[in-house]
Write a protein that binds this ligand. Structure first.
Ligand SMILES: Cc1cc2nc3c(=O)[nH]c(=O)nc-3n(C[C@H](O)[C@H](O)[C@H](O)COP(=O)(O)OP(=O)(O)OC[C@H]3O[C@@H](n4cnc5c(N)ncnc54)[C@H](O)[C@@H]3O)c2cc1C
Length: 411
């Protein structure tokens, strides 16, 4: 049994900690804001197993100029942050080459194949069951051509994942989700998507399970360092801890600890916005992706959340909630009954790598240290799987298929 420290108590930190506890280790999690609302609580709540494509793809890059012209569109860049973002953006462009896309899809498929089973196991260990609903998801399109292109691609992915996709006209989509009273050209339905009960409840229940079995400390980590006798973690409060092993799971803020440990990484925030309506007058039967506009609406028990989009910006830049309002306005074109007032706006920071692959890796020169961050749009989906892999890596049992997720690719 080892004493293992974890920096960051979002989804990656909690899932890693629970897997390590299952192996019999003693675990201390240092989280600077255990009651806070990081990406791990405000996300769209979707188990998105069919999403194995990297973000950087030729067709996506072709849409970028059009998107950037609309300040409230699916993608925006905070121009004053452009110099800091440039290395990430250049690597993003290089990731759109066919060989890179194929390798990325194969790597993500490997993680996605066990995502649901890993969540069921993690949930059971934390005392949860039935917290993921079998909803499927609709994607609506403004043109038949876009729907047909997406259907062909989704069908290809569905064969790999083992799920089904249907092509629907507007009437059939509306029959399944009657609130879709606006006009659109058609939709696809995939049964490969599932929905969590509520992301905030999910994280709080993982944290509660940890409080019972591990040490969850309210502390801001200021530095980490390697020493022969252990890994030293210092906090802003002046405390010092020495652990046998350490996992860095601090979302986008992991990059400063990567630097402390003598390594490089390209990790930036794709900031997303949403609005949550509690006890909404309108409800949906399943999540609806408005992919041409870069957002999604998810129904939870007693809540409806509308949001998404990508804002490339420094993590600490002020939020621009006009982006949340713009998505509500767009959604009213399809769901005219969406309430105008009464929602709570939120901004969250997706920790993203330029090649869309998360970092799930040991330190190349020190197997006592593991990294788990950079899951971008898919961190809820992949948290349980990541936690399992990290606990095995720290036990010296990492699988060869994890090589594409190594931090070595940034050195
Ligand atoms: C709008 C939006 C919608 C999304 N929808 C989905 C979805 O439907 N499905 C899906 O799979 N994924 C989704 N995601 C992505 C997912 O939410 C993230 O990938 C995931 O939450 C990242 O988890 P994390 O633990 O790596 O990071 P975080 O949630 O950011 O957690 C990191 C933690 O580290 C702590 N920390 C940072 N620095 C320190 C320090 N110095 N000391 C101590 N603690 C520190 C922070 O306080 C934080 O709690 C969405 C994200 C957004 C923004």
């Amino acid at each position: 049994m080892a004493h293992i420290g974890i920096v960051g108590g979002g989804l990656m930190g909690c899932a890693t900690a629970l897997n390590l506890l299952e192996q019999g280790h003693s675990v201390t999690i240092l989280e600077r804001d255990a009651g806070g609302l990081p990406a791990s609580v405000g996300n769209a709540g979707i188990l998105a197993v069919p999403e194995i494509d990297p973000l950087a793809r030729p067709n996506m890059l072709l849409s970028v100029p059009k998107w950037l012209l609309d300040p409230q569109g699916p993608l925006t860049v905070r121009w004053q942050d452009l110099p800091a973002l440039t290395p990430w953006l250049l690597r993003f462009l290089l990731s759109a080459r066919p060989a890179k896309i194929a390798a990325s899809r194969a790597a993500m498929l490997y993680l996605m194949k066990t995502a649901e089973a890993d969540h069921v196991r993690l949930g059971n260990f934390a005392g949860m069951s039935g917290h993921i609903r079998d909803t499927g998801a609709l994607t609506v399109f403004d043109s038949v051509a876009a729907r047909d292109r997406a259907f062909a691609h989704e069908t290809e992915n569905a064969k790999l994942i083992g799920c089904n996709v249907e092509k629907l006209d507007m009437e059939e989509a509306r029959r399944r989700v009657p609130a879709l009273q606006g006009s659109f050209a058609g939709a696809t339905f995939s049964d490969g998507y599932k929905t969590f009960d509520y992301p905030l409840t999910f994280l709080r229940r993982l944290q509660a399970a940890l409080r019972e079995r591990a040490t969850l400390l309210d502390a801001t980590v200021s530095s980490v360092a390697r020493a022969e006798h252990g890994i030293i973690v210092r906090t802003e409060g002046g405390k010092e801890f020495i652990f046998d092993r350490l996992a860095i799971t601090a979302g986008v803020w992991s990059r400063r600890f990567v630097a402390d440990l003598g390594l490089n990484v390209l990790l930036e925030t794709e900031r997303g916005y949403n609005t949550t309506f509690m006890n909404p007058s309108t409800t949906l039967e399943m999540p609806i992706f408005f992919s041409e506009h870069g957002f999604v609406a998810t129904p939870f028990e007693n809540a409806l959340r509308v949001g998404g989009a990508v804002e490339l910006a420094s993590p600490d830049a002020p939020a621009n909630y006009k982006r949340a309002a713009a998505m509500r306005k767009k959604m009213r074109r399809y769901v005219p009954d969406l309430p105008e007032e009464g929602g709570t706006e939120w901004m969250g920071r997706r920790p993203s790598t330029p090649d869309t692959l998360p970092v799930i890796s040991l330190h190349p020169r020190d197997p006592r240290i593991a990294f788990a961050f950079g899951h971008g749009h898919l961190g809820l989906t992949l948290s349980a799987t990541t936690g399992r892999h990290v606990s095995r890596l720290l036990a010296g049992e990492g699988e060869a298929a994890l090589a594409p997720f190594s931090i070595a690719r940034f050195q």
